[in-house]
Design a protein around this ligand. Structure first.
Ligand SMILES: [Zn+2]
Ligand SMILES: [Zn+2]
Length: 231
């Protein structure tokens, strides 16, 4: 009944395919297609007429890849890139596993990481975390994405996004000091994304947290800052 080649046959073919590729890496999509061609599988055998994301063929290839990872022949450290284990330094992989992009619950660590990102130059608009993750080692701490903080500060460029004045003093980076505030607090289920974060001066920040008219200030932010989305 099973018209597909066995997992070990697929694994052997995948290994050969990678060894023959320069550089020795492919995307999952390329692997599904090129191995299917190699085994001369018809579309019907592949189940491509059905929802292709869960096709039996793709599953078989993915399992074959896992076998190779477990055998130490493939590198499983990166999503979306299938490659041989090599000793060569891989800049892309280093970027992928950059500690500075890891979420942290430690405020100083967060500042350090996002400052490192800023020092490197342009920060691409990050996805962030729609549901902020927490760690409960000492009470509940919200893990925050340094990329979100860095992008917001870079975009605000030292000018408070609420009162529109420059921050109160100049930092070593040459930028005026701002703080990053989550419009819907993380503790109330707000997301750690640039659509829910603003760069504000310390006065406005306290105002947003403690003011009797904090709700009005929050509404003012939604009007002023176009990227914000109510979450
Ligand atoms: Zn302000
Ligand atoms: Zn805040």
């Amino acid at each position: 009944m099973d018209s597909l080649p066995s997992e070990s046959e697929v694994a052997a073919a995948l290994l050969t395919l990678l060894k023959d590729s320069t550089p020795p890496r492919i995307t999952p999509r390329q692997a599904y297609q090129r191995l299917a061609e190699q085994f001369e599988l018809s579309e019907i055998a592949l189940g491509l007429e059905m929802a292709s994301e869960e096709s039996a063929w793709e599953n078989r290839v993915r399992y074959a890849r896992w076998d190779l990872i477990k055998a130490g022949q493939l590198d499983g450290s990166q999503r979306g890139i299938w490659k041989l284990v090599t000793d060569e330094p891989d800049d892309e992989a280093d970027d992928e596993l950059d500690i500075n992009e890891e979420a942290t619950g430690d405020d100083e660590e967060l500042q350090q990481r996002s400052n490192n990102l800023l020092r490197r130059g342009k920060v691409n608009r990050p996805v962030g975390y729609l549901k902020a993750r927490t760690t409960t080692s000492e009470g509940t701490t919200y893990l925050r994405d340094p990329r979100v903080r860095a992008w917001v500060l870079q975009t605000a460029r030292g000018r408070c996004e609420l009162c529109e004045k420059p921050g109160p003093f100049v930092l070593g980076t040459g930028e005026s000091y701002l703080e990053v505030h989550h419009v819907v607090f993380l503790s109330l289920g707000g997301s750690d994304t640039v659509e829910n974060a603003v760069g504000v001066c310390p006065n406005c920040h306290r105002h947003l947290h403690l003011g009797t008219d904090a709700d009005d200030q929050r509404e003012a932010l939604y009007k002023k800052v176009e990227r914000l989305a109510r979450s």
